[in-house]
Ligand binder design. Structure first.
Ligand code: HEC
Length: 149
């Protein structure tokens, strides 16, 4: 009986720890997915002509990036020490060995977004905006994002 109680207790503790980490991993992933939607769906697809050009959607995407990108250093403050279940991408442990360098990849994205505000007006400028943004996002991903599958 005692053994059973200890076993169940350990299991619950383990589950608690896993849940806490998974929640943080999901929060970090959701932040990235939201930025991905703005850049890789709205701006990229309108730039390529795969989606009809929509100024309101472009402006909303830039506004989303403007508020969301500056939160990256804080949202990635702690290491969740696990990946989102079934995720395609995960965080490299290097982020937390080199957090200052990781954080230094954020201001260039903030600046690119600020510079693009009001400048995307048609398909051609959306295409250019995508290239500019993608380069800055990739500058962090190439070092700190891992492909899991
Ligand atoms: C300072 C570093 C950094 C910057 C800047 C950054 N990212 Fe990420 N991104 C990450 C890390 C780390 C991951 C992997 C962990 C995760 O998915 O939570 C990631 C994952 C992603 C993913 C994959 C999410 C998934 O699991 O499907 C997308 C999409 C993404 N980022 C989009 C962007 C876009 C778009 C930008 C630029 C506007 C950007 N990121 C800027 C660090 C960064």
């Amino acid at each position: 009986m005692k053994k059973l109680v200890i076993a169940v207790g350990t299991l619950l503790l383990g589950a608690g720890a896993v849940m806490a980490d998974q929640k943080l991993a999901v929060e970090q992933d959701n932040l990235m997915r939201a930025q991905g939607k703005s850049v890789y769906v709205t701006i990229l697809k309108m730039g390529k002509g795969d989606l009809p050009y929509d100024q309101a959607a472009i402006d909303a995407a830039l506004a989303q990036l403007e508020t969301s990108v500056p939160t990256i250093p804080k949202v990635f403050e702690e290491n969740p020490k696990e990946d989102v279940v079934n995720a395609t991408y995960g965080s490299s442990p290097k982020i937390w060995q080199n957090k200052a360098d990781f954080d230094s990849k954020v201001p260039p994205v903030i600046k690119a977004v600020a510079d693009l505000k009001g400048k995307i007006k048609d398909q051609a400028s959306a295409k250019m905006a995508f290239d500019t943004l993608n380069e800055k996002c990739t500058a962090c991903h190439e070092t700190y994002r891992l492909r899991l599958k």
